[in-house]
Design a protein around this ligand. Structure first.
Ligand code: CU
Length: 68
């Protein structure tokens, strides 16, 4: 299991955090995902044998929230 903190500059409200969390947790291998509107950070815990960090970043970008 691996944990990363992503910086996602365009988180602006609670709806954004919900969109990110829903998109991320729909990915197989993502154990937990939590977005913070104040810090604009997304904490992701994932199984690196099942899903790659690139896949997670791609999914978030497709949802409209590219990580920096
Ligand atoms: Cu928003």
């Amino acid at each position: 299991m691996q944990e990363v903190k992503l910086n996602v500059p365009n988180i602006s409200c609670g709806h954004c955090t919900m969109t990110i969390e829903n998109a991320g947790s729909a990915l197989t291998g993502v154990e937990s995902i939590s977005a913070d509107v104040d810090t604009k950070e997304v904490d992701v815990v994932f199984d690196e044998n099942t899903v790659s960090l690139d896949d997670i970043k791609k999914t978030l970008a497709e949802a409209g929230y590219p990580a920096r």
